[in-house]
Write a protein that binds this ligand. Structure first.
Ligand code: URA
Ligand code: CA
Length: 435
């Protein structure tokens, strides 16, 4: 077999066989197939696409290119959740303990933030003492005892995806649905999930800007799950404004604790109930979404959800007192309010701009090696369709190392667009896609 023939075939719009895809991914992982050939192939895929079968073969080959986490020592159906990335997306911090409190094991590997999107591991590290690294034995033991553990990725998962993603990033081939879908699904499958709930974000703060594109990506991922035998559900949710009110690591931990106590923002709470219900159904804990939702709501009302969060924090070395005293979390030296220079109703929010601003304040990373300011971020005081008076506070900026000057204040203001009436309606959930 020769790589040049595989590129040729794809360039001409033909369908590749499983053997061809495996040959290519194995060769590329071992550095036997050079970057320039792999780049040419990625560009051919960008223009020609791939069938659902080819995409599933690619996913499986990438899963098998590295380590695979074995979660068989954990009892029950392991349901993982993945978000395609957003701004102030606090869901995992709420969902993991919420779902675990209902008896579904959560054995999760999470990532760090990059660019305008945050990462769960950075958020958890803002809890004093919290350890994001556990040995495989500790990890399994925690989940069997407390139903929950969340760790950073330690094993060498999907090296083929890492190499391919780096190439795509510099060859203008990131935006290909089959390549994105296989990239995401390969990581979830290698991490040992039996079933997967995907939160596919859509809007101006998301990777996919329109509901149509998001649905296409969601369907491609659900199709992979079906072919590879992992039940997968995709929820398409709104990212035309930050989720909840907090953007930034410690700020989001506070928000998650409030939400687990039943006092969180309505949108974050609702999305967690929707995603959590899907996880309970896939995990065999409930027969219907309605039943699952009741279980989760009871868990919040009874205090079981926040209690599970407390045990989770303690189990991983963190200070459990943050649950009752969120002021124990890092706080910022500089705090400034952003007031509105006009009156009106908020029509639009430039979500990606706020994500980038939070990063500049220190909440995120410009490059992989940047250091995080755990206290930095943005509190959203107003959201879409809120009425604002002139001089009223629309957001509060937090930072320890960046002095918050008028430029940053003005940048924040520019992210808010006003009108007379606001919008007719804003959807939180666009669609739920089952296989
Ligand atoms: N996220 C991923 O993990 N992979 C992609 O290809 C795009 C986004
Ligand atoms: Ca949030």
């Amino acid at each position: 077999m020769r790589m040049v023939d595989i590129i040729h075939k794809k360039r001409n719009g033909k369908t590749l066989t499983e053997d061809e895809i495996r040959f290519m991914i194995e060769g590329f992982t071992r550095d036997e197939i050079p970057d320039y050939q792999m780049s040419a192939w990625a560009m051919a895929v960008y223009f020609r696409g791939m069938t659902d079968e080819e995409t599933a073969y690619l996913t499986r080959a990438m899963v098998e290119s590295g380590d695979q986490v074995d979660l068989s020592a954990i009892e029950g159906i392991k349901v993982d959740k993945h978000s395609t990335g957003g701004v102030g997306d606090t869901t995992t911090l709420v969902l993991a303990p919420l779902v675990a409190s209902a008896g579904v094991p959560v054995a999760k590997m999470s990532g760090r933030g990059l660019g305008h999107t945050g990462g769960t591991i950075d958020k958890l590290e803002s809890i004093p003492g919290f350890q994001v690294e556990l040995s495989q034995n500790q990890f399994v033991d925690r989940v069997n005892r407390h139903k929950i553990a969340v760790v950073g990725q330690s094993a060498d998962l999907t090296p083929a995806d890492k190499k391919l993603y780096a190439l795509r990033d510099v060859t203008a081939t990131v935006e290909s649905i089959p390549l994105i879908a296989s990239s995401i699904m390969s990581k979830k499958i290698a991490a040992g999930a039996d079933a997967i709930v995907l939160d596919v974000k859509t809007g101006n703060g998301a990777f996919m800007k329109t509901p149509e594109k998001s649905e296409e990506l969601a369907r491609a991922m659900v199709a992979i799950g079906k072919k590879i035998g992992r039940k997968t559900v995709a929820v398409i949710s709104d990212m035309n404004q930050p989720l909840g009110r907090a953007i930034g690591n410690a700020l989001e931990v506070k928000e998650a604790i409030a939400t687990l106590k039943g006092r969180g923002p309505a949108d974050l709470t609702e999305l967690c109930l929707i995603l959590g219900a899907q996880m309970l159904v896939l995990g065999g804990r409930a027969d219907s979404e309605a039943e699952a939702r009741r279980i989760l709501e009871n868990s919040i009302q009874s205090g079981k959800a926040v209690e599970t969060f407390r045990q989770f924090v303690q189990g991983q070395g963190g200070n459990p007192d943050v649950v009752d005293n969120p002021e124990l979390l890092p706080s910022a030296r500089y705090i400034r309010e952003v007031t509105s220079e006009q009156a009106g109703v908020i029509q639009q929010i430039d979500t990606e701009a706020l994500g980038t601003l939070a990063m500049k304040l220190g909440a995120g990373r410009e490059t992989r090696d940047s250091k995080i300011d755990q206290a930095a971020g943005i509190e959203m005081c107003k959201k879409i369709n809120d009425r604002v008076n002139k001089g009223e506070t629309i957001a509060i900026l937090h930072s320890n190392y960046v002095e918050i000057n008028d430029n940053l204040i003005n940048e924040t203001r520019t992210a808010f667009r006003f009108s007379e009436q606001g919008r007719k309606e804003i959807e939180l959930i666009y669609k739920i896609i089952h296989d």
